[in-house]
Structures are given as structure tokens and as C-alpha cells.
Ligand binder design. Structure first.
Ligand code: QAP
Ligand code: CO
Length: 173
């Protein structure tokens, strides 16, 4: 399965993802293909829509305190729903689909989610810190929402200008 990362302003990033019903080889192949592309792109989180699969699938791999990112802490989250949330926290977010741009975004500080693992087992997770932020960021992707959609009008304008400029720069021969 050869995947590539879909980048803004590709319209596919606006698609709503659909629930996973079958926890079969096709799902496992997708999950297994998402991991290396996330790691090779220096990512800590990836939603399936970012590789053009509009399915409620996301993976997260938050580095430990010493900066090490090991597959042992990989989280595979299918069909997540937030069942409880508390507090507010701000973090300078980025996104593999919006390369080179980072902005402060407000999120819930602590969340509890219900989700399924790759075998369809139901799980509950309560978390805060970077993992909580990353889960909320990735869950937004399932609804076709990017972190730049949460910016104020003026910051969004600043983003569009900077991003277009950077894209032109990229395309230069
Ligand atoms: C989502 O983001 C996230 O611009 C995951 O040039 C964001 O992995 C989780 C990345 C904020 C927690 C907090 C971005 C890599 C990676 C770039 C990412 C880039 C290279 C973003
Ligand atoms: Co993202």
C-alpha cells in the first residue's frame, strides 16, 4: 500500500470520514502503511484522511521525555468519541498536511475518549498534555477540520499569504 500525504489546499481534507465497521486485513494494512509515512515525515499524529482514506482511523506516537519515539507507545484509534472534557490549554500546533506552518490553538486540557483498537475491542482513555491535544487535532481531521480553520480572520489571512508564498518557493526550478 503506497500512501502519500495529502496537503492543503487539497479539497479531500474537507471530507467527512466514515465509521469503521469491519476490523479486517484491509484496516490492518492501512494502519501498517500509515505508521512509516508518519515517522518518515517526522509526525507524531496522522489521520487516515491525510493519506486519502476517509475512514475514522488515526494513529498517534508521542515521543517520550528524552525525545525518543518508539513504536511501543503507538496508539491506534478507531471510531473515537469524546465522552468528557475539562479545562482549556493552548499549544503551538502543526500538521503534516499544512507543512511549515505553526500556530497557537486552544483545546480541551483533559479528555476522555471511547474508541476501538485494530481488533474492534472497545477502549476508554483519559489523558491530558500533548496526547490530549494531538487526539483532538486528529479527531478534527475526521470531520474535515484543519487547525488553520480555527484561526481568527486576521491570523487566517496571514496564514494564506505565508502559505501561498512558501508553495511558490517550493515549485521554483
Ligand atoms: C498533530 O502533527 C499535532 O509542518 C500532529 O514541516 C499537532 O505530526 C499533535 C509536521 C500539534 C499535537 C500537537 C509538521 C512535520 C508534523 C510540519 C504533526 C512539518 C513537518 C506535524
Ligand atoms: Co493534522
Amino acid at each position: 500500500m503506497q500512501l502519500t500525504i495529502v496537503e492543503y489546499p487539497d479539497k479531500r481534507l474537507k471530507e467527512k470520514s466514515v465509521k469503521i465497521e469491519k476490523f479486517d486485513k484491509e484496516l490492518h494494512d492501512l494502519l501498517d502503511a500509515m505508521y512509516p509515512i508518519m515517522i518518515n515525515s517526522n509526525g507524531i499524529g496522522l489521520a487516515a484522511i491525510q493519506v486519502a482514506y476517509a475512514k475514522e482511523v488515526l494513529i498517534l506516537n508521542i515521543p517520550s521525555e528524552d525525545g525518543e519515539q518508539t513504536k511501543e507507545t503507538l496508539l491506534e484509534i478507531i471510531n473515537p468519541i469524546i465522552t468528557s472534557k475539562n479545562g482549556v490549554t493552548t499549544y503551538q500546533e502543526g500538521c503534516l498536511s499544512v507543512p511549515g506552518f505553526y500556530e497557537d490553538i486552544d483545546r480541551h486540557e483533559t479528555i476522555t475518549i471511547n474508541y476501538q483498537d485494530r481488533d474492534g475491542n472497545t477502549k476508554t482513555l483519559t489523558t491530558d498534555g500533548l496526547l490530549s491535544i494531538a487526539i483532538q487535532h486528529e479527531m478534527d481531521h475526521l470531520n474535515g477540520v484543519l487547525f488553520i480553520d480555527k484561526l481568527s480572520y486576521s491570523r487566517r489571512k496571514k496564514f494564506e499569504k505565508e502559505y501561498k508564498r512558501a508553495q511558490k518557493e517550493k515549485k521554483r526550478p
